[in-house]
Design a protein. Structure first.
Length: 484
């Protein structure tokens, strides 16, 4: 997966907008080596459907140009004259307010956001042999399979939207002179219900204020799990090894129908830009979602959570037009929260006052120096609530990350399940690398897990690499604990 970034923030001077873009991996240390045509456009941000401008159903594009990212380059400068822009309302033309610069691969639909399920399409087609899904999450028959049931050989990673993520600038007033836009970039994703998630990240070197592959793909996977609940006996289920997570996010408690009407209490560790928390909060509005991280992530995490909460509330208000049902939905929903949590410090009230049902961790094992503190925090959460489920998403970057699994085993944590997503690298033909994000489910030995009648259940997870030796038990139905 690659990201379009503003290497030099856009500047406006004398009616011209200039800047530099680059296309790198999430770490910023690997540049895109394939040629890629790009679209650069100026769009009006006040003309979205939520703004309810008469006669308009999507943002207006004032102008659009094409650029080409050349193979083996590291930066691409641009300079364009800004037109005098306006919005037509009836027969009247007037100055339009704030605008935004968008840089997208030409295969993306301008000026909309990337369908978050497109991030899983490479796995859906190549690894699983399944069809593409539409934005609404339904099956599509647009792709053909060969005689062996595999996807058409013409479908490759670099032909699928989502492998190079578009970049959107901060908004600006195009007719004001001498502006330097903030050093940020916005990412936009569309969920199965066509609602939008908008995440801001910095263009600098801060680890805490960037989005990362595992967090992005984990968000897409959670959205897919929620959209397609697992059904016992279903053939070809996409996540046969994530059933406990599927049961949790699609169960009655996730709908706010738990004991005493309580929804799930979900805690994310190392939230960074809060993409995972924002997506989960949108999927499960009845859940209590708390993102946590170090102080340096506070401002950007809160900003992203508040922005997406406002988008959700505006959408509900627009759909239900002040009806009682709309008011009920807004009253039932809980705002995602942020708390500072240093893994070497005591747990916050959100983790101790109410039992945490689900812990989410994405891209937090890359630094082996902080892994012992992370594992200690997870162990403390299990001690408070032995029934908590821990979901960890990671992209293996170096061998030292294996210490995480070893320390989890030493703390008595059991790897319940494991799932692998093949990301589909746009550069796969050039690099020879097939990148993957792995999702592990962990639990304490006392957690109760359902057993499907007549089915073998591997209580220690795959048992292939790490964790306690797995035990294959012949399911008789009912419930067992992980340690049995």
């Amino acid at each position: 997966m690659h990201y379009i970034r503003f290497l030099k923030p856009p500047q406006i001077s004398s009616g011209t907008i200039t800047g530099k873009i680059t296309i790198t991996n999430d770490l910023g240390d690997d540049f895109l080596t394939r040629e890629l045509p790009l679209s650069i456009s100026l769009t009006n941000t006040s003309c979205s459907p939520l703004a309810l401008h008469p006669g308009y159903t999507k943002p207006i594009t004032s102008w659009q140009h094409t650029l080409t990212w050349k193979a083996h380059t590291r930066e691409l400068p641009f300079a364009f004259h800004l037109p005098k822009v306006g919005v037509r309302v009836g027969e009247e033309s007037k100055e339009s307010g704030r605008w935004r610069l968008a840089v997208l691969p030409l295969y993306e639909e301008e000026p909309g956001s990337v369908d978050i399920l497109s991030l899983l399409r490479y796995s859906l087609i190549v690894a699983r042999g399944r069809h593409w899904r539409s934005n609404a999450g339904d099956s599509s028959d647009n792709e053909e399979e060969d005689d062996d049931g595999d996807a058409d050989d013409k479908i490759t990673a670099h032909s699928i939207p989502g492998q190079v993520l578009p970049a959107y600038s901060a908004t600006f007033l195009p007719n004001l002179p001498n502006q330097i836009l903030p050093a940020v970039v916005y990412r936009k994703w569309k969920l199965h219900d066509h609602s939008e998630i908008v995440i801001e990240e910095e263009t600098g070197n801060s680890i805490a204020r960037h989005v990362w592959d595992a967090g992005v793909l984990f968000s897409a996977l959670l959205e897919d799990l929620y959209s397609h609940p697992y059904s016992e006996g279903e053939v070809g289920t996409p996540y046969p090894f994530l059933r406990e997570l599927n049961y949790l996010v699609c169960g009655e408690k996730a709908k706010g129908k738990g004991e005493g009407g309580r929804g799930l209490n979900i805690l994310e560790l190392g939230t960074g830009c809060a993409i995972v928390s924002a997506v989960v909060s949108r999927l499960l509005p009845n859940a209590r979602v708390t993102g946590t991280d170090m102080p340096e992530a506070t401002a950007i995490a809160i900003s992203n959570l508040e922005r997406n909460e406002a988008l959700y509330r505006d959408r509900i208000a627009n759909i239900f037009q002040g009806s009682e049902r709309g008011k009920e939905k807004l009253a039932e929903s809980m705002e995602a929260r942020y708390e500072v949590l240093d893994w070497t410090e005591p747990l916050p009230p959100s983790a101790t006052e109410i039992d945490v049902d689900l812990v989410l961790v994405a891209d937090c094992t890359y630094n082996s120096d902080v892994v012992p503190a992370l594992v200690a925090t997870l162990s403390s959460l299990v001690q408070i609530n032995p029934q908590v489920l821990i979901a960890v998403a990671l992209k293996w970057r170096h061998d030292s990350e294996a210490v995480f699994h070893m320390l989890m085993a030493e703390k008595g944590m059991v790897q319940v399940d494991k799932h692998t997503e093949r990301k589909g690298n746009y550069d796969v033909d050039a690099t020879g690398k097939e990148e993957e994000v792995e999702v592990y489910l962990f639990a304490g030995p006392e957690r109760k897990i359902g057993v499907v009648k007549g089915e073998k259940k591997n209580w220690g997870g795959s048992g292939e690499l790490f964790g306690p030796k797995s035990q294959n038990a012949e399911g008789e139905g009912g419930v067992r604990t992980v340690g049995e």
